[in-house]
Design a protein around this ligand. Structure first.
Ligand code: ATP
Length: 446
């Protein structure tokens, strides 16, 4: 299992998962478009996350805040002053690098890692995209930012949520949405892009109980990647932030890292942010946004445990983790005589749940298969395919990670049974067509 970036990019393009943004105009750096299969995969991950967070916790509620927010939000949060990365340029080849991501000795000696030319001094570059609200673009007063994270929408609505729900600390607010960062370098496909999506949850706890909550969320989030998304455990690990990495307000912080083809890098941050954000918004807005304990009447600003996952980055890891070039047969001389590309997506996230095929287009088999497709479509995403050899149709489904294929054949006309083929084992069983829905539900739960 696992693949190089080139193989994933090529599969994504060939089968319609992800296309280059504005491709017919030569593309736009750091932007990607999700095709018919990519959008299904992304929506399934999003729904699995929402179910895991909001659906299965009585004390987590959802929110969908505006992307554009009052500019003071970003002053209060520290983004206007501090949300920057150090940047260096090569005077020879003109490439631009994030100074903290290149080799330290190359940086110290100011040598370009790409062409050995001379590098400029590092300078700070703010990652927020700026625009103007209203028709006049030359005024400093109407500057707005495209949000670089969804979290601040949650903090500024903290008081609204406690005033309008019955939630008591500890409770969480969850949100999924777009975020934008003018990254110095956008590379590695959809790993780091200018426009991306985040799935964040801020969990408000009583100060002093924060470290226990951090442990609880670390465990729950890792479990979600293993059990809900089906990611191989050996490709995931925790990385605790060292003293140099830790934000000045953070008590403790961990990243869940994934083993990408280019090394271990972040997938999700699980951070104890103290009461920093609420305190800042209380100060900058001048509004009291503290919490009052309904039993003890004690007033305080809760601490926040944040789980901040990349949705588009999750799409990348599910693609990479699922990929396998499986050898099916070896010739006498040892060479591979048959192989398939198979995506082992967990059924929770597979873009297409099943393929339905008539063995041939004739003798009414196609009509039976079409009727069956319409019935199954009420519950699952189903692709009907009637053309080509049956073996090739199975392989097409394997390559996009469809867990089940149903074939209607001559026997179906006699006894209403069909074959059900499993993607991973390639085994087939025969069952009555009325059994398909309950059986698939049962298999997916197992
Ligand atoms: P990095 O150090 O890689 O720049 P970060 O620490 O700035 O990442 P966070 O601010 O913690 O990232 O963002 C939370 C999550 O949002 C990340 O774990 C990642 O999944 C996702 N994310 C952040 N920036 C991007 C981006 N430019 N493109 C895609 N996903 C991103």
């Amino acid at each position: 299992r696992g693949a190089s970036m080139e193989k994933i990019i090529s599969l994504c393009k060939r089968r319609g998962f992800v296309y280059q943004g504005s491709e017919i105009y030569g593309g736009l750096n750091g932007t990607w478009d999700y095709g018919p299969l990519g959008v299904e995969l992304k929506r399934n991950i999003q729904e699995a996350w929402w179910k895991h967070m909001v659906g299965s916790h009585a004390n987590i509620v959802g929110l969908d805040a505006a992307i554009l927010m009052h500019p003071t939000v970003w002053k209060a949060s520290g983004h206007v002053d501090n949300f920057s990365d150090p940047m260096v340029d090569c005077k020879a080849c003109k490439q631009r690098f994030r100074a903290d991501k290149i080799d330290t000795s190359a940086l110290e000696q100011r040598i370009c890692p790409s062409c050995n030319g001379a590098l400029t001094e590092p300078r700070q570059f703010n990652l927020m995209f700026k625009t103007h609200l209203g028709p006049v673009a030359d005024s400093e007063d109407n500057i707005v930012y495209l949000r670089p994270e969804t979290a601040q929408g949650i903090f500024v609505n903290f008081k609204n949520v406690i005033d309008t729900t019955r939630q008591c600390v500890p409770f969480g607010i969850a949100q999924i949405g777009k975020a934008f960062r003018n990254e110095i370098t956008t590379k590695n496909f959809i790993f780091r892009t200018a426009e991306f999506e985040q799935m964040e949850m801020q969990y408000f706890v009583k100060p002093g109980t924060d470290l226990a909550a951090l442990e609880e969320w670390k465990e729950k989030r890792m479990h979600y990647y293993h059990q809900t998304l089906g990611i191989l455990p050996e490709n995931l690990r925790f990385h605790q932030h060292g003293k140099n990495e830790l934000a000045h307000y953070a008590v403790d912080a961990y990243d869940i890292e994934y083993q990408y083809p280019f090394g271990w890098e972040e997938l999700e941050g699980i951070h104890d942010r103290s009461d920093f954000d609420l305190k800042q918004h209380q100060e900058f807005s001048g509004k009291k946004i503290h919490y009052q304990d309904p039993i003890t009447n004690e007033k305080y600003l809760p601490y926040v445990i944040e789980t901040s996952a990349g949705l588009t980055r999750s799409v990348l890891i599910t693609l990479m983790d699922a990929y396998e070039e499986e050898v099916l047969a070896v010739a006498d001389d040892g060479s591979v005589s048959d192989q398939r590309v198979v995506m082992h997506f967990h059924p929770n996230i597979a873009p297409i749940m099943m393929g339905v095929f008539p063995l041939m287009k004739k003798e009414g088999l196609d009509l039976i298969a079409q009727e069956l497709t319409a019935e199954l479509r009420e519950i699952f995403t189903v692709e009907y395919d009637a053309s080509g050899a049956i073996g090739r149709r199975y392989r097409r489904m394997d390559e996009i990670g469809t867990p089940y294929c149903i074939t209607v054949d001559h026997q179906t006309k006699e006894d209403n049974t069909v074959t059900l083929r499993f993607r991973d084992s390639m085994e087939q069983i025969r069952l009555h067509k009325d059994e398909i829905i309950p059986k698939i539900i049962q298999f997916n739960k197992a």
